[in-house]
Design a binder for this molecule. Structure first.
Ligand code: SAH
Length: 407
């Protein structure tokens, strides 16, 4: 088995690669870091071991050595280990040190690149890191080093003279010293500067100024990590671009509380409209062990939620042909769509997805019929009672239970 060093992208869970997400979904062990976001772990399969190397509850963050050792230890068990790292694993992410440790221990590993925040956070904030006529090169530099310390490895003078676009990762707290060093090295104090905090995340914020003013502005605005600072004329293009601000739900943060399996469509539509969506499922559905259903013994099967068709298909033996000759009723268009996914076109669909509406649609046509209601364990009695009153013989099959899910 292999340890996968996977770039999680800048924060928005939609910005991981297709391969990265596939690996997250298949992982036995998922090792997270602080910047890998809190949404991607929701994609892990049930039973996946989640290890937070950024910060375990009640503990301090693991040291790099502890993280390396943890990857080696789990890698050696043969489990499928995914190490999810913010941005790209090899851009100031210490992913290369983890790769070295795995290599030294003889553990196979693979690196899955990610979208680095160094480019994605500016771009999400409306700042292109290059623009024709303004920047012919881009330098990504760590702001971790104190420019006033004699042992600094960064040549701020040279960076100041080089011009172009300078992207600073980390070091929000050293912004004053870094801008002073750049100005001292010859970069104009008027150079535009933009800071993108929490780029691509629901609470993204952009703060702008110039090399001369940005440290004071950042302090006044309470700018905090994680943030990417862009120095260069490209920052001024933001006014003209500002693409994200023009969407109708721009600036809105919306929590979607639906069960995960059902939330995708809604999440996608909200995201398309510019909202930042936080997936916070408050319920989940748990399939129940059910006795096989002999579909042929019923005249009508009533399906009361989009969760049901897949479970119903399993209960009738996995072959939709068992429903041949049986009428099928769906509560609302969403359930009818879920039925189509198992190859069944509902004969009756109520307009609204509530029991009252379905009862009204069905009550005149069920007299003398054998009706099965396939539903959740804890549903209301309105539908079975109403159909029985209308002359049907009603049986209920509870296919799943709804539980509270703590996100
Ligand atoms: N490997 C990561 C960088 C890790 S260093 C990557 O490629 O993106 C950590 C720094 O990345 C933070 O201090 C901050 O400067 C930057 N960063 C990471 N995620 C960010 C985000 N969503 N918004 C702004 N900056 C971010």
């Amino acid at each position: 088995m292999t340890v996968y060093l996977v770039g999680a992208g800048p924060g928005d869970p939609g910005l991981i690669t297709v391969r990265g997400l596939d690996l997250v979904r298949r992982a036995d062990v998922l090792v997270l870091d602080r910047l890998a976001g809190d949404q991607l772990p929701l994609e892990a399969k049930p039973g996946c071991l989640l290890i937070n190397a950024g910060k375990a509850p009640g503990k301090v963050a693991m040291t790099q050595e502890e993280t390396n050792a943890c990857l080696v230890e789990h890698g050696l068990t043969g489990a499928m280990v995914v190490r999810l790292k913010g941005g790209d694993p090899f851009v100031f992410g210490r992913g290369s040190e983890e790769a070295e440790a795995l290599h030294a221990a003889g553990v196979d590993y693979e690196v899955v690149p990610g979208i680095s925040s160094s480019i994605a956070a500016p771009s999400a904030g409306g700042i292109p890191v290059t623009h024709r006529g303004m920047a012919t090169h881009l330098t990504i530099v760590t702001g971790h080093e104190d420019p006033t310390k004699p042992d600094t490895q960064t040549d701020w003078d040279a960076l100041a003279k080089a011009g172009g676009t300078l992207v600073l990762l980390m070091g929000v707290g050293r912004l004053g010293k870094i801008s002073d060093a750049l100005i001292a090295g010859g970069r104009s104090a008027e150079t535009p500067v933009g800071i993108v905090e929490r780029g691509t995340l629901p609470t993204q914020r952009v703060t702008t100024g110039t090399l001369g003013t940005i440290a004071a502005i950042a302090a006044e605005q309470g700018v905090t990590s994680p943030a990417v600072t862009v120095v260069g004329d490209v920052v001024s293009v933001r006014e003209a671009i500002g693409w994200a601000d023009r969407l109708p739900l721009a600036g809105r943060v919306i929590a979607v509380t639906r069960a995960r399996a059902q939330a995708d469509g809604l999440t996608r539509r909200l995201t398309d409209l510019g909202a930042k969506v936080i997936s916070a499922p408050t319920i989940r559905t748990v399939p129940l062990d059910v006795a096989p259903i002999d579909a042929g013994t019923f005249d009508l099967i009533v399906v009361t939620s989009p969760n049901t068709p897949a479970l119903l298909l399993a209960a009738i033996g996995g072959d939709a042909r068992a429903l041949h000759g049986v009428e099928v009723a769906a509560i609302g268009p969403g359930t009818a769509a879920a039925l189509r996914e198992i190859g069944v076109v509902a004969d009756v669909v109520s307009e609204r997805a509530v029991a009252e509406a379905l009862l009204e649609t069905l009550q005149d046509r069920v007299a003398g019929k054998r009706v099965l209601i396939a539903r959740a364990e804890e549903a209301r009695d309105l539908l079975p009672d109403g159909l029985a009153n209308a002359g049907a013989t009603v049986e209920i099959s509870a296919l799943y239970r709804t539980e509270f899910a703590v996100p």
